[in-house]
Design a protein around this ligand. Structure first.
Ligand SMILES: Nc1ncnc2c1ncn2[C@@H]1O[C@H](COP(=O)(O)OP(=O)(O)OP(=O)(O)O)[C@@H](O)[C@H]1O
Length: 271
């Protein structure tokens, strides 16, 4: 099959039998899943379950000493073990990580870093995206360095740049942790619009927060101890979680929601 044909017929992301060993420990075991264009899928799991290592394997940034087995195809092209620089443009993955401080060049002003994105996006597209994520006042930030922005501003900037990239897969690993609830909601809406029913683009959203995932994603993958234990439409997972860990996750989210509503009721606020 030619590269062009593979690109148009394959899922945006196909992971098959992914296994990762690190420092003599098996951290990911036989992970398999697909994501098609137009899908917003979340990867849920407890702390230490292997979500970030999965993300790093997909983006080609796993630790150099990691032993990776299996297959990772982006738009039909095999990328398992390939660092981003040796991937062709069709198989590069746009990423936003929880720690936005390392994603931007600390020695370059925000203005310069935005100008680097311009060959891909037009000025109008970029400004519209920045406005959509609540950075409409970007003109005031242009001369600053990344360390001179708040964590939430950096996170939204990284997200806007990633969404304007030409990559068909956005992998967002806990990308809204530095945001207040209202800004988080706004950013989730922008992501939903950008990746809904797209004929070419898909989103893999990694989080331990099922309530946030439920606002954005239509399908859920659940990991426990490096193993995929459940894969279901989000609505089904919320109504009928099958695996014991998924049941605990849904139960905890329901309790948190109930306590939030009680707290709001005590203050006389309708939620
Ligand atoms: N560079 C590394 N060297 C050795 N072990 C690692 C390394 N990175 C992660 N691990 C281990 O691999 C396991 C999975 O880590 P991972 O970061 O993927 O978890 P996670 O599900 O993303 O957790 P969290 O939600 O806390 O970020 C953990 O036990 C972690 O300690």
């Amino acid at each position: 099959m030619t590269q062009d044909r593979a690109q148009h017929t394959a899922p945006v992301l196909a992971v098959e039998g992914l296994t990762l060993w690190l420092a003599g420990e098996n951290r990911i075991s036989g992970l398999s899943f697909n994501i098609n264009a137009g899908e917003r899928v979340c990867l849920l799991g407890a702390s230490g379950s292997g979500k970030s290592l999965t993300a790093k394997a997909i983006t080609g940034t796993a630790p150099a000493r990691a032993d990776l087995r299996g297959s990772i195809r982006v738009n039909g092209l095999e990328v398992c073990g390939k660092p981003p620089v040796s991937r062709c443009s069709y198989s590069r993955v746009a990423t936003v990580f929880q720690d936005s401080s390392t994603a931007l060049n600390p020695l370059m002003t925000i203005g310069k870093q935005l100008r680097l994105a311009l060959p891909v996006a037009s000025v109008q597209e970029l400004l519209a995206m920045l406005d959509a994520v609540g950075l409409g006042d970007i003109a005031q930030l242009m001369a600053r360095y990344p360390a001179e922005l708040s964590g939430g501003q950096r996170q939204r900037l990284c997200l806007a740049l990633a969404m304007q990239s030409s990559s068909s897969l956005l992998l967002a690993d806990e990308p809204t942790t530095a945001l207040d609830v209202l800004t988080q909601h706004q950013v989730l809406q922008v992501m939903q619009t950008a990746y809904s029913a797209s004929p070419t683009r898909a989103l893999l959203f990694i989080t331990h927060d099922i309530a946030v995932a439920a606002q954005l994603c239509e399908r859920a993958l659940v990991m426990e101890n490096g193993v995929l234990v459940e894969s279901a439409p989000m609505a089904q997972l919320l109504r009928h979680p099958q695996h014991p860990y998924s049941r605990q996750l849904v139960h905890a989210a329901r309790q948190a929601d109930a306590s939030h509503q009680n707290h709001a009721a005590l203050r006389g606020v309708t939620v």
